[in-house]
Design a protein. Structure first.
Length: 352
């Protein structure tokens, strides 16, 4: 009888706890990513959800919508964030450039040398500057919470030949998105930009409609592009694949300060998860690429400098043709210079 009583009390406590848990959420955050559960975006959202729900003691519930359940593209999803039908959304710079064209500054080539520099820049005042600009340009409706990573670094890949220096790019038909900046970059390097929708890229490689692309290795292997003939990858690391995490500003500011702090710290945890995820996933992706016969080339410092020199006209194009381009370019280059000084000092100190 005692055992039965204990079981009854335990069950009652569990049910009571479940009821309290179900009723405890004072705030609900609907977060979406137009990707899948193998993506860094999903990794970040899982960390965000776990942190926020635990740190708020259940006062905040985070609902995840992976894929296109709430919205299907950057413009539609960001409109949803502005309207409040979507609380949190992750975009690439290309996905947000229609509304905030200056976010394409993240696609400018060869400005950030490595992960350590990029992570320092994106964790500081540069992101706060871009946040202020986006709030101003969206009538305080769309708030940039953090910038993480989605796929590592963009590198040039192609079906024809090893690309060791800019001259090797001549004449190659390189797939780009519709945005102007990546097309300007490809033209500056002597290749032909060819806008192709992502879902059509595999077939376009097979048929020769395009002969190359600018992607991270996890995307290349995830889409099985080597099976379509993509056999040459040059690790020029021309752009860090930034992931912009947006939130409805009214939703964020409508929370009390302690809950805003939880959400803010949750985005910090998310950012760190997305910084780390591509590093791990790329190991197996590179191994698979080489094992399948792929040619993986690392440019020398001199060749890397030649790529940067060839691409430099894109900087002036950006500052002169993109709304608020000069303003955000200055913010990024100043942040990079400060990060390089800090990282160099730290590296020197750690070697002694």
């Amino acid at each position: 009888m005692l055992k039965n009583a204990i079981k009854s009390l335990t069950l009652a406590a569990m049910l009571s706890g479940a009821a309290v848990s179900a009723m405890a959420a004072d705030y609900k955050i609907r977060a979406t990513a137009n990707s899948n559960e193998n993506d860094e975006d999903y990794d970040g959202l899982v960390v965000f959800k776990n942190y926020v729900e635990a740190a708020s003691n259940g006062a905040i519930e985070v609902e995840l919508f992976i894929g296109t359940q709430l919205c299907s593209n950057g413009a539609e999803c960001l409109q949803g964030v502005a309207d409040g039908t979507v609380d949190v959304y992750i975009s690439t710079s290309g996905g947000a450039s229609g509304i905030f064209p200056y976010v394409q500054v993240l696609d400018l080539p060869y400005l950030m040398a490595d992960d350590r520099i990029a992570e320092s820049v994106l964790s500081g005042d540069f992101t706060r500057k871009m946040r202020a600009m986006a709030l101003e340009d969206s009538d305080n409706s769309i708030r940039l919470m953090t910038i993480g990573n989605t796929g590592g670094w963009r590198n040039f890949a192609n079906t024809k030949r090893r690309v060791a220096e800019p001259a090797d790019m001549a004449g190659l038909k390189i797939r780009t998105v519709v945005a102007d900046l990546p097309q300007e970059l490809v033209k500056a390097l002597g290749a032909s930009p060819t806008p192709i929708p992502w879902p059509e890229l595999f077939t376009s490689f097979q048929t020769g409609v395009v002969e190359g692309s600018k992607n991270g290795i996890t995307d290349i292997m995830g889409m099985k592009f080597p099976d379509a003939g993509l056999q040459y990858v040059t690790l020029d690391g021309h752009a860090y694949m930034g992931a912009l995490w947006w939130m409805n500003n009214e939703k964020f500011m409508g929370m009390p300060e302690d809950m805003r702090q939880v959400v803010n710290d949750g985005f910090y945890a998310l950012q760190q998860a997305t910084f780390a995820s591509p590093k791990r996933k790329s190991i197996a992706a590179y191994e698979e690429f080489v094992a399948g016969g792929g040619d993986l080339y690392v440019p020398t410092p001199e060749q890397k400098a030649a790529f940067k020199e060839a691409a430099s006209p894109v900087y002036d194009w950006f500052k002169g043709n993109v709304t608020r381009g000069d303003e955000i370019f200055s913010a990024l280059t100043e942040a990079v210079a400060a990060a390089e000084a800090d990282v160099s000092a730290a590296r020197a100190a750690d070697l002694n």
